[in-house]
Design a protein around this ligand. Structure first.
Ligand code: GDP
Length: 462
């Protein structure tokens, strides 16, 4: 975890010894993905370590928080050039909230501007007390680019796990967390699960929330089918009956009935209506339909949309889901009294949907970078924000005489009592305190002057 551009992806890529750049749109890691690596410690022992790649953009703090809950150790990456940044603190908060131990990786030490000492001070200033600086948080100086310090970081991970006594039991039935789910056109519903304890074997049944799957097709992080997996491996299980919720806990069972009982229990749970979001009924709305490629990104988009929404206008999510933008979405967008805008994130548009959208004049927008989506939506909301008219009095005059009245033009004489009367200004006419008319100052004279301060005036309201 850590601030954007401080080197999380580069570190992961180095750890994976991959020379291939990670497949990222716009340089932001947009999926929580998990990788397993084997680290040979300095004593020559092999330790498999699972890395969960958590994204850096603040829109993903929902996923990031879950990242911390799924993970048992966090690595807080801080650039030795920039020191502590807002997202460093945000990441730190989700780490400390989840109560897991963490290691600070001071990165980019190969750069000429890098200053490890200053970074350590900057950490202390933000109450991150590392070893040698008044605290016990382990810190390792690294270069994700050259790899310097990375073996020490991996050793430190192993050490922390040993100190913390992080152990599991292979003989138990597997339990853990769903970190990603999506619907694949060819394969069906897939979910990436991190096994936190126990073992999953082919022939078992897995249940997460209200979803269930037979463990028939199970892949490791490389996409290779495996018959068995244990903690803390990530596995992809294919063939769910419905999309399991990202972040939900899963459990495996020896037989289907037990798995069904799990689902049954979930179904009978009392559902609480979402009372967190109360909207002012006067708020204008912009109806939108959201489609995303995966559960995690959908959640991130919805989170972002909620954030942009303000008092005067909000994006009203008419429907949201996973998959390509289809004819169904367009029909739904045309169904309401006002057309909804269909927004896709990392997803394609069916050609039939494209045609229907053209015919029905439905706007489709697709994005693959979350902040582009937010920027665009913020602009749209700005455009659709109802304008508030504020009446502000510039001055008050007393009518002393009505000189003439031709149709709706009146020439009156008066005395400005407070403020200024301006040419072109709107006027409201009162008798005592009751409003009796309104108009506009079409001409204004004060001894030939075009603006009137105090003294007798000639005012010609419309
Ligand atoms: P993320 O947003 O935290 O995932 O950051 P990235 O891994 O995308 O890194 C941001 C930029 O910093 C990229 O241009 C990297 O090549 C560069 N970078 C990351 N780590 C290092 C490092 O240790 N040394 C140097 N010189 N550059 C680094």
């Amino acid at each position: 975890m850590g601030h954007i551009d401080h080197g999380k992806s580069t570190l992961l890529a180095y750890i994976r010894k991959s020379t291939q750049p990670l497949n990222e749109a716009g340089g932001i890691t947009q999926h929580v993905s998990a990788y397993e690596v084997e680290h040979e410690s300095s004593e020559g022992k092999i330790h498999p370590i699972t890395f969960i790649d958590t994204p850096g953009h603040e829109a993903f703090s929902g996923i990031r928080q879950r990242g911390a809950h799924v993970a048992v150790i966090a690595i807080l990456v801080v650039s030795a050039e920039d020191g502590v940044k807002p997202q460093t603190l945000e990441a730190l908060k989700s780490i400390t909230d989840s109560g897991i131990p963490y290691i600070v990786a001071i990165n980019k030490i190969d750069r000429p501007e890098a200053n490890v000492e200053r970074t350590k001070q900057s950490l202390a200033e933000h109450e991150i007390y590392i070893e040698g600086y008044g605290g016990d948080i382990p810190a390792v100086a690294i270069s994700a680019k050259t790899g310097e310090g990375v073996p020490e970081l991996l050793d430190m991970i192993v050490l922390v796990s040993e100190i913390q006594g992080l152990v599991g039991d292979r003989n138990k039935l597997g339990t853990g967390v769903v970190i990603e789910s999506n619907r694949d056109v060819k394969k069906g519903v897939c979910a990436t699960c991190i096994i936190k304890d126990g073992t999953i074997r082919k022939g078992m049944f897995i249940a997460a929330g209200k979803s269930i799957a037979p463990v028939r097709i199970m892949e490791n992080y490389k996409g290779v089918q495996v018959a068995e997996a244990s903690f803390s491996s990530p596995v992809r299980i294919i063939g769910w009956d419905s999309l399991p919720q990202v972040g939900s806990n899963f459990a495996v069972y020896e037989n289907k009935n037990d798995a069904l009982a799990h689902v049954e229990q979930e179904n009978t749970r009392v559902m609480h209506p979402n009372t967190n979001t109360t909207y002012n009924p006067d708020t204008a709305t912009l109806p939108v339909i959201i489609k995303a490629d995966a559960g995690g990104s959908l959640e991130a988009v919805l989170y972002e949309i909620k954030k942009i929404t303000n008092d005067r206008i909000r994006a009203e999510v008419v429907s949201s889901g996973i998959g390509t933008i289809s004819e169904n979405d367009i029909q739904l967008a045309s169904a309401g009294t006002r057309h909804a805008i269909v927004i896709g994130f990392n997803t394609k548009v069916d050609s039939s949907a494209k045609h229907l959208a053209e015919r029905n004049e439905i706007e489709i927008k697709t994005f693959d970078i979350i902040y582009k989506l937010s920027e665009w939506l913020a602009d749209m909301l700005e455009k659709h924000t109802p304008k508030i008219q504020v009446k502000e009095s510039t001055g008050r005059a007393k009518i002393l005489k009505l000189f003439s009245k031709v149709k709706d033009r009146q020439i009156i004489g008066g005395r400005v009592e407070t403020g200024t009367i301006k040419l072109g200004g709107q006027v409201i006419i009162f008798r005592r305190d009751a409003e009796i008319g309104e108009g506009k100052v079409k001409e204004l004279q004060q001894q030939k002057n075009r603006s009137a301060k105090s003294g007798p005036q000639l005012i010609k309201p419309l």
